[in-house]
Design a protein around this ligand. Structure first.
Ligand SMILES: [Zn+2]
Length: 349
């Protein structure tokens, strides 16, 4: 597979760096093309082979994380690099047990740590944990090697952290029977989100993914309004770089609320029709994503990816990319086609 390295950097724009492109899109300026990036993991087994950097080491070894993540730019041709592939770093650094998985399996948190608000004990020195340190060192390395590329950090919001620490079911039951305790939990766990984000910004992150899985199946629109508008609005104030909020699933019923928080970008799935997302958003928040993972990227051909990219661009999506963390077996040519099609669009239309 190694010989199959695609270097599409030759398609680099002459007049604008990838980072400036993303910044200009955020500023609402007219740009020559749309940007391409994924605020969550774009990595696959094939990229591990190409870069000779594999899971699980790439989750907690800065050099391996650096090697694998720079494939975002060097191999996929995206405008940004987001190096944190797993969803477990904050939980691990605060005491959760983790199965780090293997090249074909993402890490998972084993068991739950706390039962009630009073059990919460955020480790004062969790930023010294070796997996956290690997993230920070990797971001520093990316920043010095690729100053022209948008470097994106990633943290989890307190809704997702609550699943990690309390267990999904127990936490969701609490959200119904004891909403005041849940408000206290969210406020308290936000400290982890803010401190980890700040450390990544200090290391060089230009943008910050905040993934908070307030997905429709697990969080009603009213729960989003009551629990998360205040929390996400607070994160916008506390985190010093523009936030890329990621929420999976069908989020159309909460896009208006999400816009009210003031997040700069919203990364959303293809379960929401691109045109409907654009209409609801009304330009308040820049939209990222929308290319379907489980059907199109995983199983279809580059021509199908191309059709979805063109549809997303025509619908008014600001930044094109996979809708969520890509499955580890996603074909490389499909991920690359997102960049090729986005860069081709301006010449064809
Ligand atoms: Zn997702």
């Amino acid at each position: 597979m190694r010989q199959k390295i695609y270097y599409i950097k030759l398609m680099k724009d002459k007049n604008m760096t990838p980072k400036d492109l993303v910044k200009n899109i955020l500023a609402g300026q007219k740009t020559e093309r749309k940007a391409v990036l994924n605020p969550v993991s774009s990595t696959t087994v094939v990229q591990m082979e190409i870069m000779d950097a594999f899971f699980p080491e790439a989750h907690f070894d800065a050099k391996k994380m650096f090697e694998l993540s720079r494939a975002n730019y060097e191999v996929l041709g995206y405008d940004a690099i987001m190096p944190i592939f797993s969803v477990v770093i904050e939980a691990f650094a605060n005491g959760c047990e983790v199965d780090w998985g293997n090249p074909e399996m993402m890490p998972q948190i084993k068991g739950k740590l706390w039962k009630d608000y009073k059990d919460i004990e955020i480790k004062k020195n969790f930023l010294d944990n070796y997996a956290v340190k690997a993230v920070l060192d990797c971001i520093s390395m990316l920043k010095s090697k690729y100053p022209e590329v948008a470097i994106i950090g990633k943290v989890f919001g307190p809704w997702t952290l609550s699943y990690d620490f309390f267990g999904v079911e127990d936490f969701l039951i609490k959200s119904i029977i004891n909403p005041n305790e849940v408000k206290d939990i969210l406020e308290k766990l936000s400290e982890i989100t803010v401190r980890f984000a700040q450390a990544q910004i200090d290391a060089g992150a230009d943008f910050m993914t905040v993934a908070d899985h307030a997905t429709k199946d697990l969080c009603s629109p009213l729960a989003y309004r009551d629990f998360l508008i205040p929390i996400h609005s607070m994160l916008v104030k506390e985190i010093e770089v523009p936030i890329m909020l990621h929420i999976c699933g069908d989020t159309l019923d909460r896009i208006d609320y999400i816009c009210q928080t003031g997040v700069s970008f919203f990364h959303f799935e293809s379960k929401v029709e691109a045109s409907k997302a654009v209409e609801t958003c009304g330009g308040r928040t820049k939209l990222i994503g929308n290319i379907n993972n489980p059907l199109t990227l995983l199983f279809k051909r580059p021509k199908d990816v191309r059709a979805q990219v063109f549809n997303a661009i025509k619908s008014g999506i600001d930044i094109i990319g996979p809708e969520c963390a890509v499955p580890l077996t996603t074909p490389l040519e499909n991920l690359i086609e997102i960049a090729i099609a986005t860069k081709d669009f301006k010449n064809i239309h």
